[in-house]
Write a protein that binds this ligand. Structure first.
Ligand code: AMP
Length: 282
């Protein structure tokens, strides 16, 4: 496995692979890898000749008061995990190679990124779409794999490649959870033992929505109220949002008739966590 830290070298390798008609698979990450990330790497591995994993904590997707500086990083461990999971290349560029001092061009999705996490984190998706677009241009993958854990992110990226005619197929991999149900996240490391146990309210709330729906409940407002009530019963949990939206348009729905995304963001202490499920998707 090779580690590449310059845009120029990465472009050269990608161009060579493309001229040899090799299939390039790509898994973008911000590092501090866990089994959720590794599931994306494993799912891509058998479908490509050249598997590229990027590890880049992208400053432009963090708000001014967010955790860019404290975001967990452990490059040597990440490289070992990528090697064990048979990535061919890890692209790990320094900030200054990705962003010139006078950097001034951004890619912005203007519809799907307005609600949910976009409402709570202004500018976040603009940072995400911009960096993913740059990474697609540099790596030139045939396909890229994203986690359903960040459901809105996948929808936004999907829209970006559609609307800008970017020739990359977007694939989605399911949410990987800890044995007790908590969705894996690099940010789980911020949780104290007490917060870690309170954080279970997210997966329990998602399970509650699934249970109500499979019991025949189709009214979004009823499911949402029950979800809010459960989260509020946890003393350290603060709801950022509980949303029940059409899985394609991300617009709120009243009844669960088509595939519907049930998404939540909850603060446990100062850590903001997200989780989701899709209901009505046969
Ligand atoms: P991040 O490093 O948080 O930017 O995540 C990189 C990729 O891993 C994104 O596509 C995430 O959706 C995905 N991911 C993160 N956590 C999980 C998880 N628990 N299960 C599946 N995919 C995940």
């Amino acid at each position: 496995m090779k580690t590449i830290s310059t845009v120029a070298e990465m472009r050269e390798i990608s161009s060579r692979a493309r001229s040899l008609k090799q299939t390039i698979g790509f898994v973008p990450t911000m590092g501090f890898l866990h089994d959720g990330h590794l599931s994306l790497i494993r799912s891509a591995r058998s479908c490509c000749d050249l598997l590229v994993v990027s590890i880049f904590v992208n400053r432009t997707q963090f708000g001014p008061n967010e955790d860019f500086d404290s975001y967990p990083r452990d490059l040597s461990r990440d490289l070992e995990l990528c090697r064990i999971n048979k990535a061919d290349l890890v692209f790990h560029p320094p900030q200054e190679d990705m962003y010139f001092d006078d950097y001034s061009v951004f890619v912005e999705e203007t519809r799907l990124s307005r609600g949910l996490c976009g409402a709570a984190r202004p500018g976040h998706f603009k940072g995400v779409t911009s960096v993913v677009c740059k990474l697609f241009n540099i790596i030139q993958p045939d396909f890229a794999v994203f986690g359903q854990k960040d459901a809105q992110q996948v929808r936004v990226i999907d829209r970006m490649v559609r609307d800008l005619n970017i020739p990359v197929e977007i694939r989605t991999a399911p949410i990987v959870r800890e044995p007790d149900g908590l969705a894996m996240s690099s940010r789980n490391t911020y949780l104290s033992p007490e917060e870690r146990s309170q954080a279970l309210c997210l997966s329990k709330t998602i399970s509650l929505a699934e249970k109500l729906h499979s019991g025949g409940e189709l009214r979004a407002s009823t499911i949402e109220s029950a979800m809010r009530e459960l989260i509020e019963s946890y003393s350290m949990a603060q709801i950022d949002y509980v949303e029940i939206v059409d899985s394609g348009s991300l617009e709120p729905v009243e009844k669960i008739e088509a595939p519907t995304l049930v998404a939540i963001a909850v603060r446990i202490g100062s850590t903001r966590l997200i989780d989701n499920t899709v209901l009505g998707d046969s």
